[in-house]
Design a protein. Sequence first.
Length: 138
Amino acid sequence: MRSHRKELWFSLPGRRAYINITGQVEECLKESGISEGLLLCNAMHITASVFVNDDEPGLHHDFDIWLENLAPHEPVAQYRHNVGEDNADAHLKRSVMGREVVVAVTGGKLDFGPWEQIFYGEFDGSRRKRVLVKIIGE
């Protein structure tokens, strides 16, 4: 069995964003030379997420509104974590959206269902963060 590891780096100017990273992850898979196995993709920061869903702008807008209703950023004083910080809501949003995805690799390609894509969710932007891509297989 072989393995391949790569880090993808992001520095987004806004507080929240949803970025389709499928192409970058596919490039990692191509670099690996692995044709059968598993691919793990996870956010290495506790205020960001990696998830699988549809690449449709209306859905991304709905995610943003829904998450902001679940864990509003303001008022920041509503969260105990925010003593000296202002990102408690980002931690909660990450918990809902998830840390990672695992995707099967078949025939050298990501083995997705219809419409599935991989996304990086940023909930406390304006600083550099990374995503780990780890692929194992043959």
